[in-house]
Design a protein around this ligand. Structure first.
Ligand SMILES: Nc1ncnc2c1ncn2[C@@H]1O[C@H](COP(=O)(O)OP(=O)(O)OP(=O)(O)O)[C@@H](O)[C@H]1O
Ligand SMILES: Nc1ncnc2c1ncn2[C@@H]1O[C@H](COP(=O)(O)OP(=O)(O)OP(=O)(O)O)[C@@H](O)[C@H]1O
Lengths: 230, 230
């Protein structure tokens, strides 16, 4: 299993370290703050208190033996850049670095860092997409023109099945999922509804009011399809 | 067109304000810092320098006339909570609030705030997903079992067309897109390749080495499909 080091255990770094450990990776959490390491050590494979800008200490912990290193510090731009430069000098091939502003991004690009992530910018874009589509619950862009969205079944499709609708040939959109409310009995014997997504959209299932369609297509086709109902 | 106010123009708030303005929304940017407002005012519909925890000033700028308010402050948790409480007291219906830790999230939940966004946590999860799938360039979860991924065309499919492959009936996965390298001539007359995604995947197109397939399905089906090639 892959060996990944996460340096800088702020909120973002901590979430990565925990998620990757849950996925079965060998995760080494690195931070200079003892309390931070104390809080995370039971949730990751390995953790160490070290200043990631210190070459001697970084060599001592054998960091060049990992497959990937994630430099996850946010506000401490100086530590992030120095750590990145050090990792490069030590010959680490796969370095992922978080940037919090465009200037830091351009410095990282000139250092030939392939994977730069600006979480405030990326989430700002994703959030604007999700808030700007009426009746649409989730909206993520897959290319600069394609998206996958989640929308309530439009009025004009209620009671019809995908098989008879030919949405791909008529509207150029691909329905990849149907989410429907499923009754479940909880431990108090109460019936509660939860939203479940079919493994594969059932082409014969008559769509119900309040079901959700997960659709893929170009923004243009999705928008004209959605415009049909209003 | 909808009227949206964004309060707290840090990196996240600024990106939202700019993206929503580009999408044609009437965006009012609100921040107590004059320099911040000076930097953003040409990129949004309207902007105002005000302390969002001050009821008198907030009433004076007529904030209760907007459709949605986004409380985008990050580290200033106190200002964020006080602003949210004030907006609720003023009767604003659609309030979206950023939280930077679980305690703040639980406070917002007890205030019945519907939309809470923790960008470090959300991006930590998305990033772990994208880094943990070999050969896979982008990996976003659509439900707790379904994902949309981006992967290099596996060896065993090279030269074949989707039409003859029946990937949905054989593997339970839905190919929603094909990305291929397209030669373009730049202004110096050089030929450069850029990756373009077909509007709709062409069922007759023989897949080439290094094309990318964008696929949707349950994680289980996607993983077994990907395992075929290794
Ligand atoms: N030189 C360094 N070596 C090791 N760890 C460091 C170094 N500099 C900073 N850190 C650690 O990085 C962590 C995150 O720091 P920083 O303040 O930059 O992030 P943040 O902006 O709060 O992150 P987030 O937005 O993810 O919460 C801290 O726990 C800090 O101890
Ligand atoms: N009471 C307030 N009224 C108006 N604006 C405020 C108030 N408090 C903070 N702000 C503004 O919110 C903005 C963001 O502040 P904050 O430091 O909380 O975010 P941040 O953590 O830096 O955000 P990001 O991670 O998005 O860059 C600042 O421009 C600040 O002036």
């Amino acid at each position: 299993m892959e060996n990944i080091a996460v340096i800088g255990l702020g909120q973002f770094g901590t979430q990565i370290a925990i998620s990757l450990t849950q996925k079965g990776f060998e995760v080494t959490a690195i931070d200079q703050n003892k309390d931070v390491i104390m809080n995370i050590k039971d949730m990751v494979s390995d953790s160490v208190i070290v200043d990631s800008t210190d070459e001697k200490d970084m060599r001592a912990i054998n960091i060049h033996s990992v497959d990937k290193v994630i430099v996850a510090m946010g506000s401490n731009v100086q530590a992030s850049l120095l750590t990145t430069a050090l990792l490069q000098r030590m010959g680490i091939k796969k370095i992922y670095v978080r940037a919090i502003n465009p200037l830091q991004e351009s410095i990282l690009k000139s250092m030939s860092i392939d994977y730069i992530i600006n979480i405030e910018k990326e989430m700002g874009i994703q959030f604007s997409n999700s808030i700007s589509t009426k009746n649409i619950n989730k909206y993520i862009e897959i290319s600069d023109r394609h998206s996958i969205i989640d929308t309530v079944v439009p009025e004009f499709l209620i009671g019809k099945a995908l098989k008879e609708l030919h949405l791909r040939s008529h509207y150029g959109i691909n329905v990849v999922g149907i989410k429907t409310r499923v009754p479940e009995v909880d431990d108090t014997g109460e019936i509660r509804y939860s939203i479940k997504m079919m493994d594969i959209p059932d082409p014969n299932y008559p769509l119900r009011k309040n079901d959700l369609l997960v659709m893929f297509g170009t923004d243009e086709k999705l928008n004209s399809f959605l415009a049909k109902d209003s």
